[in-house]
Design a protein around this ligand. Sequence first.
Ligand SMILES: [Mg+2]
Length: 106
Amino acid sequence: MSKLFLKPEPTLADYQQYIRDMIVERGFHNTIANEFMLLIEEVGEFSKAARKAAGGTLANNASEQDLAGEAADIFIVMLSLCNSLGIDLEQAFRTKEEQNKQRQWR
Ligand SMILES: [Mg+2]
């Protein structure tokens, strides 16, 4: 029985802590290189699901649930990578967006 719990209205830090706990509970031990390969794999699965959802036949049509699930997989692996690399993703997002607001976009 899983002891994992994500509180309602979690912050990104809460998600990152959840992933830390999940890695321990499930006994996952990936190297950073392996986590990057997993991320690429999940991006491929997301792309495949999107392609099928966009124009697949009935036989191979991916459901919206499949598509959303693959998006979640990317989020999970991304958070795990951030944990492994010591990145506070909320802080990184805030810092990066402050830089982006100063840029000229055309
Ligand atoms: Mg997947």
